[in-house]
Design a protein around this ligand. Structure first.
Ligand SMILES: Cc1ncc(COP(=O)(O)O)c(C=O)c1O
Length: 541
């Protein structure tokens, strides 16, 4: 199956905008499609109210919450929407769960954690161990390929073990762990299994029943959605565990876990995020239909969509490893064996024998390639691998990234290694580091002609583009939110190059005068963008 990455990119304004940077910081937070952004306006326009009231908007919010739970349940392979709990983020939900589970344990009981986990699935358990006198044991990692050493899990389990907390996919080395096996081992010892799926959710189909765990946590901003945390739990446990709640709140799941007023607009946008993945499954991934014959309807489309993403990302991992392995002085941590890509996600970490991770990340940042450095809160594995001080460089890919972006990454890496500068850099990144030389008057002229002689910025001096940040905000705001007042995106492209330095009164006046017109053209502009497969470079003069 050919994954239509150009079409996919067209859904993401931040990715497909002119001179967009290369987003390889995805494990820290993914980019978001239009539809998810639009959900926020839609919620506030149509159904903004608290839940549980007698009037229309409140009832709509109730229905929306139920629908969002159903969508997330389908995404995670759960059968009951009331097993889906929304919260601020994964970490907050993990602390809440740990505090509750602690009430069911006694001093001397044991908890097993892994050296691979993000601290969000470590610190909450360490904290209750400290508070209540529980014993903590650790699952080690195999240093040669950064997989979990399940022998150490076997050795740690005993009849006092009450809980095994493990990560599905490492946010550092990218290893995808055999969670079904871990759950089975935990259950055989009479323990519960809590899974952190924050980094697997953007990359692989998830099925909580197949994984066999008792709780699973993830976070929508890692899978192309807003900042909303998600906890799935077995219904009997969500019902029976002591939840910390205010007295008047409903005492049944999921409400007993959702402290305070939920982030309704964000949750509505989570639903849109699931719709987006469903659409990928329906439109582009029918090839995987047979593989998921056990599922129906939305659940099936979601699995197909995630499988399409997973398979496409394997091509990205391979290209990235080729680049890194072809660069002297680099050491990669994690699975590199091309036959074992089912055991990893497209998150790759490395160090270099001459440059620190921070220096490398800074070099890439200068070239508009966003990678992470440090420990990304995966403190245990960094310590275990002996890299606590500087951490590592992390390149985290997503399904909207391309092979061309990886090739560009390779070029920029080579420049650092060779000590050469990039002559082509301006082509890719000048607009975020621009200077006067780029405020090219020919663009302004073209803007006028493209817009049928109308230039709303007439009289506003065309100035240096030092205010690139403002300009980028303008790009987003004007094109993708307020949309354009010009009769076409091509007209807009001219404006882009003649941005005024300050978003001053006159500029605001022009915007407000034309806002109404812009709104009328909004949908046309968007349809146009999408229809053009959003090759924005072509839209620019
Ligand atoms: C594996 C993993 N678990 C947990 C978290 C924490 O998630 P949140 O930011 O939703 O609390 C992260 C964040 O990067 C993560 O990568």
């Amino acid at each position: 199956m050919i994954f239509p990455v150009d079409k996919i990119r067209a859904f993401f304004p931040s990715v497909s905008r002119p001179n967009a940077p290369i987003f390889f910081d995805n494990p820290a937070g993914s980019q978001v499609p239009y539809s998810v952004m639009d959900a926020f306006s839609e919620y506030f326009t149509v159904m903004n109210a608290n839940q549980g009231g007698t009037f229309a908007t409140s009832k709509m919010t109730d229905t929306m919450m139920h629908n969002a739970r159903q969508k997330v349940a389908d995404f995670l392979g759960a059968t009951n929407p009331d097993e889906i709990v929304f919260g601020a983020n994964m970490t907050t939900l993990a602390f809440s769960l740990s505090r509750s589970l602690a009430q069911t344990m006694k001093a001397g009981d044991e908890i097993i954690l892994t050296r691979m986990d993000h601290d969000a699935n470590v610190a909450p358990w360490l904290r209750i161990a400290e508070d209540h006198g529980f014993i903590v044991r650790w699952v080690d990692i195999n240093l040669e390929d950064c997989t979990l050493d399940l022998n150490t899990l076997e050795g740690a389990l005993n009849d006092r073990t009450k809980l095994v907390a493990t990560v599905h996919c490492s946010n550092a080395v990218g290893t995808l762990n055999p969670v079904a096996q871990i759950s089975q081992m935990a259950h055989a010892a009479g323990a519960l299994c809590v899974v952190d799926a924050v980094q697997s959710a953007p990359h692989v189909p998830i099925d909580v029943l197949a994984l066999g765990c008792d709780f699973l946590l993830c976070s929508a901003y890692k899978f192309f959605g807003p900042h909303v945390g998600i906890l799935w739990g077995r219904y009997d446990l969500l019902e029976s565990l002591p939840a910390y709640k205010v007295r008047p709140a409903k005492d049944y799941s999921p409400y007993r876990w959702e402290t305070g007023t939920p982030n309704f607009e964000g949750i509505f946008a989570v639903g849109s995020t699931i719709d987006y993945i469903e659409k990928i499954g329906q439109d582009y991934c029918m090839a995987y239909s047979d593989q998921f014959s056990a599922y129906t309807d939305r659940a099936k489309s979601l699995k197909m969509g995630m499988e399409g993403i997973r398979q496409y990302e394997k091509t990205l991992i391979s290209r990235l490893l080729n680049v890194l392995e072809g660069t002297s002085g680099i050491q990669i941590f994690g699975i590199t064996d091309r036959t074992r890509f089912d055991e990893r996600c497209p998150t790759v970490v490395f160090i270099h024998d001459k440059y620190t991770p921070h220096e490398i990340a800074q070099h890439f940042a200068k070239h508009d390639i966003y990678v992470w450095d440090g420990n990304y809160y995966a403190v245990e594995i960094m310590a275990r691998l002996g890299h606590t001080e500087h951490g590592m460089v992390r390149v985290g890919l997503a399904h909207y990234n391309t092979l061309a972006e990886i090739d560009r990454f390779g070029e920029v890496l080579r420049q650092l290694m060779d000590g050469t500068e990039d002559d082509n850099r301006a082509d890719l990144s000048d607009d975020s580091h621009s200077d006067d030389s780029h405020s090219d008057d020919s663009h302004s002229e073209e803007a006028s002609s493209l817009a049928g002689g109308i230039n709303p910025f007439d009289g506003i001096p065309t100035v240096s583009l030092e205010a690139s940040k403002v300009r980028h905000e303008f790009v987003n705001y004007f094109v993708f939110h307020l949309k354009v007042y010009f009769v076409s995106i091509k007209g807009y492209a001219g404006i882009y190059h003649s941005m005024p330095q300050h978003w001053d009164d006159k500029f605001m006046q022009v915007i407000s005068q034309n806002a109404e017109k812009a709104m009328n053209y909004a949908d046309d502009a968007r349809v146009y963008c999408r229809a053009e497969a959003l090759n924005h470079d072509d839209l620019l003069p």
